[in-house]
Ligand binder design. Structure first.
Ligand code: AMP
Length: 420
């Protein structure tokens, strides 16, 4: 072991488990790639002001959890705590909203950073796959995104997840509700921090996880009773479109989520096998965000699914993904001459697209066959001087143990046929 360990709240992805992470990213992005979403990649850090304005000055993410730094040049940067603000910033900067038809549909995958108290399912460095549909107000778009996330989880074989759905209203009806909620909250017995929150961001109080707070919230005014006609109709259509696909969801009138930019549709995917960090993904509509970061009005909707928690959800349900073995053929040379000849065979097999590995390090036959076994290879090629004298290699079926000679110049076509 070295002197160093991964920083607190972080962990490394190491084989074989790392293969599951790749497969999860692949599975989450597959439905998006089939639905007109293009890949976008933005820097791991941004101007701190983007998040302050975009995520919200009053959110925990901005006030407590951002990794901020000042560069030698004096720029104030932050490691990205989430994806939406960056993706929207990139789309605006590239004028994607002017270049083609709307919505601009983008997906992304990457690392995010929040200085949170680490626990199972909550890390300081974590991984998300996300999607954003920018520049269209259409209940079908909200429904599409919810259905695509649902498809992603289903394709992974997950079953114990639920969709929580709510509407947060818009600039017309939310202020009226906000005032009513404030009025109610001011009458409760709350600590000073929470009292301050009532004035800055009262909706977030609904999100308080503490029992003592939750108990007092029974009877709190609910946004659904304050929705304006436009928001009510919009929400009804989102619900209808999702239901029509046979996908069930639960109405959660207290679902507000931790970011300020949401309007109308908000949703969260929760998994029941994860304990306290049960949200595997979430998202919603953010019609005002573009203007908040200096862009034109661009009503948009998106989500981000957590890769780390999705992997934990797979573990909780005992789902093992059907991952193809990394190596199909393992090549074992017997002796110095064989090492050179077979190294060439390895290269040929790889060029032919067959995943091949080699027994490096001058191992004896026994250790080499152990390595072949561990690699998961379906076939091993074993050969020494005696085989070359006859112009063959021995092809060993790792399942049956059966061994057959194959002419040296027929190795590639033989394996190609056998592996198909
Ligand atoms: P949020 O933007 O907070 O709604 O996050 C979206 C998803 O990212 C969550 O549902 C989690 O799956 C994941 N996520 C957020 N924060 C963390 C964290 N600190 N550690 C692990 N996963 C996280």
């Amino acid at each position: 072991m070295s002197t160093f360990k991964a920083p607190r709240g972080t962990y490394d992805l190491i084989p074989p488990v790392s293969a599951t992470y790749l497969a999860v990213r692949e599975a989450i992005s597959a439905p998006l790639r089939r639905s007109g979403y293009g890949y976008v990649e933005t820097p791991g850090f941004e101007n701190v002001e983007l998040f302050a304005r975009g995520v919200g000055e009053s959110t925990d993410i901005v006030t407590k959890e951002m990794y901020t730094l000042t560069t030698k040049g004096g720029d104030q940067l932050a490691l990205r705590p989430e994806g939406t603000a960056s993706v929207l910033r990139a789309a605006l900067e590239a004028n994607l909203h002017k270049a083609g038809s709307l919505p601009v549909k983008l997906w992304y995958s990457g690392s995010y950073y929040r200085y949170e108290r680490p626990q199972k399912g909550r890390y300081r460095h974590f991984s998300q796959v996300g999607a954003e549909a920018i520049g269209a107000e259409d209940p079908a778009l909200d429904a599409e995104l919810i259905l695509l996330a649902h498809d992603a989880y289903r394709s992974l074989g997950l079953r114990d997840f639920r969709i929580l759905l709510n509407s947060l209203g818009d600039a017309e009806c939310r202020p009226v509700y906000r005032a009513a909620l404030q009025e109610f909250l001011r009458g409760l017995d709350l600590d000073e921090d929470t009292r301050r929150r009532i004035e800055i961001n009262p909706l977030r109080v609904l999100d308080d996880k503490r029992d003592a707070v939750q108990k007092q919230l029974t009877g709190a005014p609910l946004l659904r009773d304050y929705l304006c006609d436009g928001c009510r109709a919009y929400h009804a259509e989102v619900r209808e479109l999702i239901s029509a696909q046979g996908v069930t969801f639960e109405d959660d009138p207290k679902l507000v989520r931790g970011l300020d930019y949401y309007t109308r549709t908000t949703f969260e995917f929760v998994h029941d096998g994860l304990g306290s960090q049960s949200a595997v993904g979430g998202g919603g509509r953010y019609d005002g965000l573009s203007e908040m970061i200096g862009g034109p009005a661009l009503p948009s909707v998106g989500w981000a699914l957590g890769v780390d928690r999705t992997v934990l959800a797979l573990e909780a349900e005992g789902v093992t993904l059907d991952l193809p073995d990394a190596t199909s053929v393992f090549v074992v040379p017997l002796g110095e001459e064989a090492r050179k000849v077979l190294f060439g065979v390895v290269a040929e097999l790889r060029t032919a697209g067959i995943a091949t590995d080699f027994a490096y390090g001058g191992k004896g036959l026994k250790a080499a066959m152990k390595a072949a076994n561990r690699s998961g290879a379906r076939y091993a090629i074993v050969a020494g001087e005696r085989d070359f004298a006859e112009g063959v290699v021995q092809l060993k079926d790792m399942e049956s143990g059966e061994q057959t000679p194959v002419p040296l110049d027929k190795v590639v076509p033989t394996l190609r046929t056998k592996l198909n």
